[in-house]
Design a protein around this ligand. Sequence first.
Ligand code: DX5
Ligand code: ZN
Length: 234
Amino acid sequence: MFQPVKIAPSILSANFLDLGADIALIERAGAAFVHIDVMDGHFVPNLTMGVPLLKQLKPATSLVCDVHLMIDNPLVELPWFIDAGADLLNVHVEALSEADLVRAIAQIHEAGLMAAAALKPKTPPSALAPVIADLDMALVMSVEPGFSGQSYMAGSETKVAEVAAMARAAGNEAMLIQVDGGIGTATAPLVAAAGADVLVCGNAVFAAPDPAEALAAVRDAADAARLAVLDACA
Ligand code: DX5
Ligand code: ZN
């Protein structure tokens, strides 16, 4: 059955001096998630936003608060983001031992939130194996994490297809696949056809002359690709 893709605009590319207006804009434009890029200056070479911002954002939006934790010590900081109102917490597998990855996903679920695990571009899908049966979402990074506005790494769609196959094999058909980095009208169809369900868009939305129109264009391009795959299988 056809399922439209969900768009998750990354507020790393928004106007921090008028963030409320940008949130209202993406809500009206039909975004499903608001993607919050938390960077600690250690796991990635950049420092961005964190708990104080999430605390203010959560009561001000109806969007799913999707928190992408690019930090060294997620097990220590997960409770902070749970208390601050995250709906979905996403930890990087590279920041955790196998046992701690399992602990982190369990801790997120115990708090009643959606749990996701993220892969940097060079990390193989097999790193998700200890938790794939339990994940609500897996994130395939299509740029090295750290900055918005980078170019999509060619071939990332192959990894999306591999992660989709792994989830099916693990009996987790409901698991969403998110792709993050360099997603726009040219790249959204590639990842959507490979099985991506949630597309993070930073610059493609917020740096566009008409962000609402840009968001719709990415969604339409992705949905057309998903429909074409369904038609080809019918
Ligand atoms: C990169 C972040 C991304 C980034 C996306 O480390 O995780 O979410 O903001 O920005 P674009 O869509 O511009 O690549
Ligand atoms: Zn992100």
